[in-house]
Design a protein. Sequence first.
Length: 500
Amino acid sequence: MTITPNTLSLSNLKPFIKWAGGRRALLPELLRLMPKDFNNYFEPFIGGGALFFELTKIGALNGKKAYLFDANAELINVYQTVKKHPKKLLKNLKEFQAKHSEEFYYITRAMDREPNFKSLPTEVRAARFIYLNKTCFNGLWRVNSKGYHNVPIGRYKNPTIYDEELIMAASIALQNAEIRHADFAKVLDYADKGDFVYFDPPYYPLNATSSFTAYHENAFLDEEQKRLYSVFKELADRGISVMHSNSDTEFIKELYKGYDIEFVEVNRFINSKSGGRGKIKEIAIINCKKGTQMTINDKIQRLALEYSVKLKTNIDERVADMQSDDKAHYLIYKVLGISAEDGELIDLYQNKGRFLYKYAGSFLEEATKLCFLEKFPKSGSSKVPNTEGVRPKTFEIDCLVNNEAFEIKWRDATTDGDHITKEHTRIKAIKQAGYKPMRIMFYYPNRAQAIKIQKTLETLYDGIGGEYYFGDAAWEYVKNKTGINLKLILEEIANKNFKA
């Protein structure tokens, strides 16, 4: 299939390069903290462009101008080439992909040592950048004091150098963006009151060995961080909305102590030692008010976006991890008449399905709680002691509204008979605590044994003086109880995501 602008969808838009400290894992927090309304968008450290691409995908930049700057000349050349000459770039990337080997990697890496490097066609330099980015160790872009790339080759069996559809989609996203090779302070010449500026600089190092600041020949340490603070302050003083993400260090917190500092926890995967990867705390510094005057539709839309990002991030990470999985068990698949190709797809979708089921349930529960909170501001999660047994010590209440204790399920397909006993114990403990057990389940199961269990639970709720709503009755109950048509809001979001 030939990919053209008319056949492209931006629904899967994301960064087309890896970037140390990339913001994809942080997107839910950034989206929550950033201003709801703004004029033009500025990102003076574009890096992988995670927030820019996400805002473009959800339509938050429609009708707005985006200004994307970076001090890394080669990185900016990549963005400019993707914007103006994506097909020429793809042709070169295809050639780089075909030639990939350890020898070719080091020949390509050494190209920037040649005196005629800057005079090479922009699409060749851009293809080189992307090729090195996708094949070097941990996807890290690092240069020495002379500006020469110095990262060794990574240990990848068959690295994917490019995604044609993603690059073409990125090209469309970049059409309304002004892309400049510029110092971050250049934003002062462009930004005006009502605009939004997001700073994502090289993070201040947590310790002497954790610094990834050499993305170009000039390191970004104390003096540069102080200079960035001065620019942040001047923008804030002008009435411009500013957000800045950085490491959770005393140096940064002291520097920005006059502003709102939010603490966030994210996964980090670029580290020279696998033991140094995992969840770490970071900070987001803002001078703008968060989520002001949001309607319930806005809140649910933003919640959906947060969960969508979490889901895609986790799926992408799991798929990447699966590249190195042991596939010896495919032998049993073949014995049972399943090809290795089909077995790989089954494993892939099984893993994707686990994340989808988990996040779909959590999202719908949170969206329902938002509806209750809108109508009943004092509602929220709670716990009651287990007065009927030893374990667990307490039972969770998803949402407590006055004396009604709600259990919220998107669906419950369990066929485990013990589930009845556990739920019976839970609702008796809730009743003992003085609350009325309530159960809302939006989607009824399809299998006979699962249906039988749900009918038994319905009888238990009725027998203890509680209420159980499922299917259409659940949607209608939430609508009547809160005055909010949750199903209609979700249908509008779904239609927007997949509009023709």
